[in-house]
Design a protein around this ligand. Structure first.
Ligand code: GLN
Length: 288
């Protein structure tokens, strides 16, 4: 069968089984083929009559079967685009999401570009946030943490492959493990889904510890927002991603923890997604 016929058969099965639109199904069938042949999608389009060997056909079918079983494309191909970089990923890290690009933008827009700022990415996973910032702001001194050894391994390999050796990786449970170090900006896309949230049924390929955070989904956010002051310089910025229904709760947590200029940013679907605030310079001074 020609490459084009393989793609057509695969995209029809994907469309039917996963109940997605024909354009998305076609794209997915091409992404899997591109990964299997190690060729760009543009090459596939330019060479529709190519004949696949029996071994190639069998390999492609295996990839399509994984997709039909619901596994996300990014885990099958082992890679995901994020902002300005391509990350290698494994099933031990969250697949970087487009919403998280808003978190990155928030920091980029609010921090001076040319100063050697100290930045902390808490719960780095694949390294998406830290590495993207390191690429765009080579002057910034970036620390990235995670509790998972597997995630740190994925992130460090991404750093090496992308030549972004200036990022320092630390194994830490949020702030535990960072000693007394202070930063100009702390960013985090922590787990924020509630333990019994029905959406979890559709996320069963991703590591639960990267998704779930206690009964109301706010355990990690509470920890980060309440303790961030001790690790931010005076006037420092905290930027957190959260669930679409957690904007109000985060706003209150920021205020009760002494942050000022607290703002919530919506994602492209118009849903609350990122909250940020600055440390009040006065609250960082020792009591008179
Ligand atoms: N910081 C990583 C990301 O946004 C991992 C986040 C997580 O595991 N919750 O992709």
């Amino acid at each position: 069968m020609s490459l084009n016929n393989q793609l057509t058969t695969a995209s029809r099965s994907i469309e039917r089984s996963l109940k997605i639109g024909p354009r998305q199904a076609r794209l997915e069938s091409r992404m899997l083929m591109s990964s299997m042949l190690d060729k760009q999608i543009s090459w596939l389009i330019a060479h529709p009559e190519t004949l696949l060997s029996a071994a190639q056909t069998a390999s492609y079918k295996k990839l399509v079967e994984r997709r039909l079983a619901g596994e996300p494309i990014a885990y099958i191909t082992g890679k995901q685009e994020f902002y300005n970089i391509e990350l290698k990923i494994s099933a031990s890290v969250l697949i970087p999401r487009p919403e998280t690009e808003i978190l990155v933008e928030t920091a980029l827009c609010r921090l001076p570009e040319h100063q050697p700022l100290e930045i902390l990415d808490l719960g780095t996973g694949s390294g998406s946030i830290a590495l993207c910032l390191a690429k765009l702001r080579p002057n910034w001194i970036i620390t990235a943490t995670d509790l998972s050894d597997e995630a740190l391994d994925v992130a460090q390999k991404n750093a090496r492959r992308l030549g972004l050796d200036q990022v320092r990786f630390i194994k830490a449970d949020w702030f535990l493990g960072l000693e007394k170090k202070c930063f100009d900006c702390i960013l985090s896309n922590p787990p924020y889904i509630a333990l019994n949230d029905p959406h979890l049924a559709r996320l069963n390929f991703e590591p639960p510890q990267a998704l779930i955070s206690g009964e109301d989904g706010l355990d990690a956010l509470r920890n980060i927002i309440k303790n961030a002051h001790q690790h931010l310089h005076s006037g420092g910025l905290l930027v957190c991603e959260h669930g679409y229904d957690q904007g109000q709760a985060c706003h209150e947590l920021f205020y009760t923890s002494g942050f000022t200029n607290v703002m919530c940013i919506k994602d492209l679907a118009g849903l609350d997604r990122v909250t940020y605030g600055k440390t009040n310079p006065v609250s960082n001074q020792p009591a008179a």
